[in-house]
Design a protein around this ligand. Structure first.
Ligand code: SF4
Length: 352
């Protein structure tokens, strides 16, 4: 439902328009839309353009952030952009490990994060010490760490992966045993498709882990015929219910190309904004909640960042150098091993 401003407000210089945020709870209604200050958006764009700042935003950011970002994407897409850019300053709208990854891959750049306290909870579960302990237990195993990890964890890992390339990365390592951290759900998903023995850590994403069979069932009853698309961070029983599984980058492609017109989306509900923008002719319903740390990034904090230079990412050089090795190894592998955009229920069942 689009809520238009009162007529008197339209004549005012400071026009408030209404934009989309997504309800955290399952619903068949259109999204609720709060007011958004477009003066602030243009001010931010002017500041960024004048200073030559590249603004990157993750798919899970709030809708108003989409309007000031130059590029929106998943972790892998944004990591590549951060590595390749000539911009002297990158402003990263996302959570801590994403801004750290941008700095590690492009140490010459100044990287700013509007709220350094926007911390991915999963990245701080099953970290550096877990990797060290598991290595002691399984000395022949290589350590594959999800990009959703701290810099210290990456520094003790052999190679990184994202949800888009995790299967290909695990298959690329030499060892037959693979320590996979921090996400136990992504580890379980990967183990369906590889012959390697996966040794999982105990972390999880609280947003994806909270999706239940009951909520998916309820949504399917509300929208019979809608295709259920899940993210690989979901629990195994939710993966079993999915018609297709893909990373956020793959979801837009999958939904655009599929012949059906409505989808139940099993990932952080901010993703619906991207899907509704890019595939406007189709309908999307969320079965997931919101990631609170992602929503800590606001227009006001972005403006403060651009005005004062606050929120600069500063990392220890030797730690950064060590963490760059597994990240660059991942990027190299992903150039030669094509990742699949999605897997269907049939392919998941057969482990293809
Ligand atoms: S959605 Fe989950 S994994 Fe992603 S940033 Fe939020 S807490 Fe971390």
């Amino acid at each position: 439902m689009l809520i238009l401003p009162e007529p008197w407000a339209l004549s005012q210089r400071k026009i408030q328009i209404v934009i989309t945020i997504v309800k955290a709870l399952p619903s068949d209604e259109e999204p609720v839309e709060p007011a958004c200050n477009y003066d602030l958006i243009s001010e931010i764009r002017e500041l960024a353009d004048r200073q030559g700042v590249l603004i990157l935003a993750h798919n899970y950011q709030a809708p108003e952030i989409y309007q000031i970002a130059e590029k929106i994407g998943d972790s892998l897409e944004l990591a590549r952009l951060a590595q390749e850019t000539d911009a002297e300053t990158i402003l990263f709208c996302g959570v801590d490990f994403m801004a750290d990854t941008a700095k590690i891959l492009n140490p010459q750049a100044r990287v700013l994060i509007p709220d350094p306290q926007a911390r991915c909870t999963m990245a701080h579960m099953a970290g550096e010490q877990a990797a060290i302990d598991l290595r002691e237990q399984y000395p022949d195993a290589e350590v594959v760490s999800y990009v959703n990890t701290t810099t210290a964890t990456k520094a003790v890992s052999d190679i990184c992966c994202t949800s888009a390339n995790a299967i290909e990365i695990v298959d690329s390592v030499d060892s037959e045993q693979v320590i996979f951290l921090p996400d136990r759900n992504l580890a379980a998903y990967v183990s369906r498709f590889t012959r390697k023995e996966i040794i999982p850590a105990a972390g999880y994403c609280y947003v994806h882990d909270a999706i239940t069979r009951e909520s998916v069932d309820a949504m399917q009853k509300l929208h019979p015929g809608a295709v259920f698309v899940a993210h690989p961070e979901c629990r195994p029983e939710i993966i079993d219910m999915a018609d297709a599984v893909c990373s956020t980058g793959g979801m837009a492609r999958f939904c655009r190309d599929a012949s059906v017109s409505s989808f139940i989306i099993g990932t952080e509900s901010g993703m619906l904004h991207r899907l509704r923008s890019e595939v406007a002719e189709k309908k999307f319903f969320s079965v997931a909640g919101i990631c609170a740390p992602m929503k800590q990034i606001t227009l006001e904090k972005i403006k403060a960042c651009l005005t004062t230079g606050s929120g600069e990412v500063v990392l220890d050089k030797s730690l950064m150098d060590a963490a760059r090795v597994p990240l660059e190894r991942m990027i190299e592998v992903s150039k030669t091993r094509q990742s699949r955009s999605f897997r269907t229920r049939e392919e998941i069942r057969k482990g293809l």
